[in-house]
Design a protein around this ligand. Structure first.
Ligand code: XIL
Length: 300
C-alpha cells in the first residue's frame, strides 16, 4: 500500500498521529492527515485542563472538533488522557481531602467517557503514574498523595463502568527498555491487575526516543507485556533527528508482536512537534516525506 494507514491495515493494525485542533485549518496538514493516517489522538484537547477547567463545568468543543472529523473520515480515535498529574487544572491539584478528590476523579472519568462513548476505541485512563529512576514506584502527584497506590485501580474500575466497550490503557514513557526499574514497576502492576481482575486492556508505550531510537530490548518488552494478556500500542512515537533505521526498528518491533495493534506518531510535520528543534517526525516542515517515512512504510 502507498500510505502509512493502508499499509498498517494490511496486518490489521492502525497507523495514527497526534492531532492539534488549531492546525486543522492548515491545508497541508489536513491533506496529510486525511491521506496517511487511520487513527488520531488529540494532542491536548482531551486533557483535564481543557475538558474540565473548573469543577463540574465541561468543555468538549476542541475535542469534539477532532472526534467528529475523525469519525466522518473513518479514522479511529484514541482518547488521551483521563488521569494525569500534568496539564491538570489548579482546582484539582489544590484539593486536600481524599474523599473529595476520589469523587472528582470518578466524576471526571465518567463524564468525559460518557461524552465520547462510541467514538473513542481506546482510552489512556492513567498517564505517566510511575516515577523515573530506580524506584519502580508511583510518582508523587495529588492522586498518589491523597488516594495512595489504589488510585490507578480505582480509575480503571470507574472507566470500565463508564464505557464497557472502550479499551482501557495505561500509558507511559521510558518503559521501553525491559530491564529498567520503571518498566518493571509497570509490568508488576499490569500482572497484578490481570491476576486480581482489575480491568485493563492495553499498555501504551509513548516511545519518545533519542537519536538511537528504541532500546535493543523493545520488542522483548512489548512481547512480555502482551504475554500478560493485554494489547500493546506505540502511542506517541518521535525520534530525535528521525533516523530511518531507528524508525524501521521501532515499526518492526511492533509488527513482530501479534498483540501490538497500532502505532501513533506524535505529530505530522517536524514543525508540528512538541520537540520541533529535534526534527523527530516523518514529514518535513513543508510536508514532504522524509527518509524515515519510507523506512517506516517499508518496515510494515
Ligand atoms: C505534549 C504536547 O505535545 C504538547 O503540545 C503540550 O504542550 C505538552 O504535552 N507525554 C504525553 C503527551 O502523554 O500528552 C505530551 O504531549 C507529551 C509527553
Amino acid at each position: 500500500a502507498s500510505t502509512l494507514g493502508a499499509q498498517a491495515a494490511q496486518s490489521g493494525r492502525y497507523f495514527g498521529t497526534a492531532v492539534a485542533a488549531g492546525r486543522l485549518g492548515d491545508s497541508t496538514y489536513s491533506t496529510l492527515l486525511n491521506r496517511e493516517f487511520n487513527s488520531v489522538t488529540p494532542e491536548n484537547e482531551m486533557k483535564w485542563d481543557t475538558t474540565e477547567p473548573s469543577r463540574g463545568s465541561f468543555n468538549f468543543g476542541p475535542g469534539d472538533q477532532i472526534a467528529n472529523r475523525a469519525q466522518s473520515r473513518g479514522q479511529r480515535l484514541r482518547g488521551h488522557t483521563l488521569v494525569w498529574h500534568s496539564q491538570l487544572p489548579g482546582w484539582v491539584s489544590s484539593i486536600r481531602d481524599a474523599n473529595t478528590l476520589r469523587g472528582v476523579m470518578n466524576n471526571h472519568i465518567t463524564s468525559v467517557m460518557n461524552h465520547y462513548k462510541g467514538k473513542v476505541f481506546a482510552w489512556d485512563v492513567v498517564n505517566e503514574a510511575f516515577a523515573d529512576g530506580g524506584s519502580g514506584q508511583h510518582r508523587a502527584s495529588v492522586f498518589q498523595n491523597l488516594l495512595g497506590d489504589g488510585f490507578i485501580e480505582q480509575a480503571f474500575r470507574t472507566a470500565r463502568s463508564a464505557d464497557p466497550a472502550a479499551k482501557l490503557c495505561y500509558n507511559d514513557y521510558s518503559i521501553e527498555n525491559w530491564s529498567d526499574a520503571k518498566t518493571q514497576g509497570v509490568y508488576r502492576m499490569v500482572r497484578d491487575f490481570k491476576a486480581r481482575g482489575v480491568p485493563i486492556d492495553c499498555v501504551g508505550f509513548q516511545a519518545h526516543f533519542g537519536t538511537g531510537g528504541p532500546p535493543a530490548s523493545f520488542q522483548t518488552t512489548l512481547s512480555n507485556f502482551a504475554a500478560l494478556g493485554v494489547d500493546v500500542q506505540i502511542t506517541e512515537l518521535d525520534i530525535a533527528q528521525a533516523s530511518p533505521t531507528a524508525y524501521a526498528n521501532t515499526v518492526r518491533a511492533c509488527l513482530n508482536v501479534a498483540r501490538c495493534n497500532g502505532i501513533t506518531v506524535w505529530g505530522i510535520r517536524d514543525s508540528d512537534s512538541w520537540r520541533a528543534s529535534e526534527n523527530p517526525l516523518l514529514f518535513d516542515r513543508s510536508g514532504n516525506k522524509k527518509p524515515a517515512y519510507n523506512a517506516a512504510l517499508t518496515a510494515m
